[in-house]
Design a protein around this ligand. Structure first.
Ligand SMILES: C[S@@+](CC[C@H](N)C(=O)[O-])C[C@H]1O[C@@H](n2cnc3c(N)ncnc32)[C@H](O)[C@@H]1O
Length: 257
């Protein structure tokens, strides 16, 4: 969402939940936001490309309105865009009624206000209940065929025995947001904490035991917990000491289990 992501800014936004810059959340359109995100991601994607083995996967969580920007950054770095994945969760309706603005409009008479409110009954800002967080599934180009690449690097194929629902794994992955609290058994440790069950599923789909998972924005360390639980190695980067400490605690707890 820009390069001003830090704990202080987030806390300020949280305090004013529901309204950002006088506009309802999700309604603030700033074309520069998408460009800034892509500019931020482009050099990172070049580094992801550099450190991954041929055929290895890179999964980038994004935001529905800015997904195309993250995908472009991956594409420009040389990755093949393999799929659009979606984390499906319960969602919470966020669309806003216009009644408040109509009532405050000095240009309208009381009758006009009542008529307009009646006319707009059920009509709200264009925000469907968000129930999906998109991810770009990118792959570093392979060396030769899938088999040749596998023989050389042991990556590049999908583990189709891995499933969330007993069926062939699909690109829509339904995992409850509520499972996050059960896992940590504590209060929410991070504003955007991911369910370990979801990350475990991704890790089992795209990597093998003993391989290394990299999360360059690791927050409270959910990806590390999932990696260790699935017998993978883990490298994480986290800029905020507070979240780094939380992730260390969670990783140590996972190791001692
Ligand atoms: C979306 S959150 C990750 C949440 C994580 N998936 C979890 O389950 O807790 C992104 C994290 O990236 C961190 N971050 C932002 N810029 C960073 C940077 N340049 N280097 C390392 N971490 C950074 C933020 O502090 C934040 O905790």
């Amino acid at each position: 969402m820009g390069d001003d992501w830090n704990d202080k800014n987030l806390s300020k936004k949280r305090a004013k939940a529901g309204v950002i810059g006088g506009l309802p959340v999700g309604m603030k359109f700033d074309r520069e936001q998408g460009k800034k995100l892509q500019n931020f991601l482009e050099p990172l994607c070049i580094e992801f490309y550099r450190v991954l083995k041929p055929g290895a996967f890179c999964v980038v969580f994004s935001q529905r309105r800015l997904y195309h920007r993250s995908t472009m950054a991956l594409d420009l770095a040389g990755f093949e865009i393999r799929d659009l994945l979606g984390w499906k969760y319960e969602g919470q309706a966020k669309a806003f009624s216009q009644n408040h603005f109509i009532k405050k409009d000095k240009k309208l008479s009381e009758d006009e206000k009542q008529n307009l409110i009646a006319e707009l009954e059920g009509l709200k800002t264009p925000q469907l209940k968000p129930q999906i967080e998109p991810m770009a599934l990118a792959q570093k180009p392979k060396f030769g065929t899938f088999v040749e690449n596998w023989q050389k690097y042991k990556v590049g194929l999908l583990n189709t025995k891995e499933t969330l629902d007993g069926k062939f794994p699909g690109n829509i992955m339904e995992v409850s947001k509520k499972s996050r609290h059960k896992e940590t058994n504590e209060k929410i440790e991070h504003m955007t904490i991911k369910p370990v069950a979801l990350i475990s599923h991704l890790i089992r789909l795209f990597t093998q035991k003993g391989q290394i998972v990299l999360d360059p924005f690791s927050g409270s360390g959910s990806h590390g917990v999932a990696a260790l639980e699935n017998e993978r190695g883990f490298i994480g980067f986290e800029i905020e000491k507070k979240y780094y400490d939380i992730s260390l605690k969670r990783l140590n707890k996972t190791i001692s289990r």
